[in-house]
Design a protein around this ligand. Structure first.
Ligand code: BES
Ligand code: MN
Ligand code: ZN
Length: 503
């Protein structure tokens, strides 16, 4: 991860990053540009002339490198159309900083002079810059040496650099970036190198010394204790399933307590409902929810937030073999509900059901949960409905959902509310068990949500986040988002904890 600091001196790096936008007076024929470097004076007249000739547009994700005078390189990062007051949205700043950082791989350091009027805007810029400076080269062998390493040192130019809130905010951005990178790394790690067991071992290591308690149940224990969902999904694999529990209790007493449950399928072949080969490789990302909630718990602990968090990661590999669950098999979820497994590819909801039941039980014993949030790459239907950059939110508690969506606005992660229509529930009825694991194909994301709803009591405020599309970027990089694992949900989970801790 790059290092980051704030500076108020105009001594600048070899690389200077500033923002630019098309001014509203310009036209297609003679565009006019505005440069945005905050309080830093940059000699710009020659730059502005060059922009036109370069065919620049100032749009988001446009990054232009020009030779500078005071610095060797001036990097212009597009801010899109400037609002009339020249105050850009937080996410615009975050993405512009990220796009610049992403395009500066191979450089050792850069100073970002992007305008900001307050601490939140400054935080967005520093967070974006850090998140953009990511690479995953762990598994490159002979090609490793020709890879440019990500930007090493980030300086954020700010006239408030010396204020303590600003330094504190940099510390928060570092923690966010550190754990986002952990989530991305885990998603990008293929199932040859990430099994349910090795996932738990990684977090055991990461948690050591953090004050976060780690409990791991192995397959023998899971079978004995009645986790039929996790066992049923994992029984076809040579890599046995696990249940990881990370528990953070702050020093402060009488705090709120939330449970986070993340789908942890280290690879989803579809089981005996085998997926087509085309695109199956993306199913190494089917543990994104588990990675996000586990890393969020560690981030919340490292930030020392006055809130209690239990993160649960039910982990299994959904494989095809003579021991795999067959369509029509009946399993018993933790707590006693039976499920007819009509489609072994609808496996996420089975492992989540076990973990959600356990999370509520443990939460109750600890004095009661204020809410439970599950995070899962649950359905292809989510991607069809909302595309690859917007996650879905379903709930049994409107107020909790409204609060969550409002908090998500500040993080820049895109979430959209989805209903759980009662009339779809009957499609999950089974002629032989308490419930079937698939129902109507139409509205498949909502049907999956309705299935999960059966495993929380109505009194427990619950959110279901389907991140199937946004968790993994198999298209082009953009803003601070790389190709591969994105780390989505982590930032909003941390923001949720911060917000809940302070009300
Ligand atoms: N992991 C998949 C969902 C998924 C699809 C995530 C595409 C990311 C991208 C999940 O386990 C699955 O296979 N869901 C099935 C459910 C169906 C059988 C009811 C699906 O969406 O097709
Ligand atoms: Mn599946
Ligand atoms: Zn899956």
């Amino acid at each position: 991860m790059p290092s980051i600091r704030a500076t108020d001196s105009s001594v600048i790096d070899d690389v200077l990053v500033i923002g630019f936008s098309k001014s509203s007076g310009g036209s297609k024929k003679s565009p006019q540009f505005n440069l945005h470097s905050g309080d830093l004076k940059v000699d710009v007249s020659s730059l502005l002339e060059a922009l036109d000739d370069l065919g620049a547009s100032g749009a988001a994700d446009e990054v232009i490198k020009l030779p500078g005078r005071a610095s060797k390189l001036i990097v212009l990062t597009g801010l899109g159309q400037a609002p009339s007051n020249n105050r850009f949205a937080h996410e615009t700043l975050r993405r512009a900083a990220g796009a610049a950082a992403r395009n500066l791989a191979g450089h050792s350091s850069a100073t970002f002079a992007i305008p900001h009027a307050n601490l939140e805007e400054f935080a967005a810029i520093s967070e974006g810059a850090l998140l953009g400076a990511y690479a995953f080269d762990e598994f490159r062998g002979t090609s490793k040496s020709d890879r440019k390493s990500p930007l090493g040192k980030i300086s954020i130019y700010s006239k408030s650099a010396k204020k303590s809130e600003y330094t504190k905010s940099l510390r928060r951005s570092e923690i966010i970036a550190k754990y986002t990178f952990i989530v991305r790394d885990l998603i990008n790690t293929p199932p040859s190198h990430l099994t349910p067991d090795s996932f738990t071992q990684r977090f055991k290591k990461l948690a050591s010394g953090s004050g976060v308690k780690v409990e791991i149940l192995n397959d023998t224990q899971l079978r004995k204790l009645g986790y039929g969902g996790i066992i049923g999904v994992g029984q076809g694999s040579a890599n046995p399933p696990r249940l990881l529990h990370l528990s953070y209790t702050p020093k402060k007493k009488n705090v709120k307590r939330y449970a986070l449950v993340g789908k942890g399928i280290t690879f989803d072949t579809g089981g005996l409902a085998l997926k087509p080969a085309q695109g199956m490789e993306a199913m190494k990302s089917d543990m994104s929810g588990a990675a996000a909630v586990s890393a969020a718990a560690l981030a919340i602990a490292e930030l020392g937030l006055p809130i209690a968090i239990d993160a649960w990661a039910p982990l299994a590999e959904n494989m095809v073999s003579d021991t795999a669950t067959r369509p029509s098999d009946i399993i018993t979820i933790y707590g006693g509900k039976t499920v007819e497994v009509l489609n072994p590819d609808a496996e996420g909801r089975l492992v989540l059901a076990d973990a959600m039941m356990k999370a509520a039980e443990v939460g109750k014993k600890a004095g009661g949960l204020d809410g439970l949030v599950d995070v899962a790459t649950l359905t292809g239907a989510q991607v069809v409905a909302l595309g690859t950059r917007t996650s879905a939110v379903m709930t049994n508690n409107q107020e909790f959902s409204d609060t969550f969506l409002e908090i998500a606005q500040s993080t820049g992660e895109q979430f959209w509310p989805m209903p759980l229509p009662e009339e779809l529930r009957a499609s999950l009825d089974s002629p032989v068990a308490d419930i079937a694991n698939i129902g109507d194909r139409m509205g498949g994301m909502l049907v999956a949500g309705l299935f999960l709803k059966e495993f929380v009591t109505p009194e427990l405020p619950w959110l279901h986040l389907d991140i199937a599309g946004p968790a993994y970027n198999d298209a082009k990089p953009h803003g601070y988002t790389p190709v591969g694992g994105t780390g989505v949900a982590l930032r909003t989970l941390v923001a949720l904890a911060e917000s809940m801790a302070s009300r």
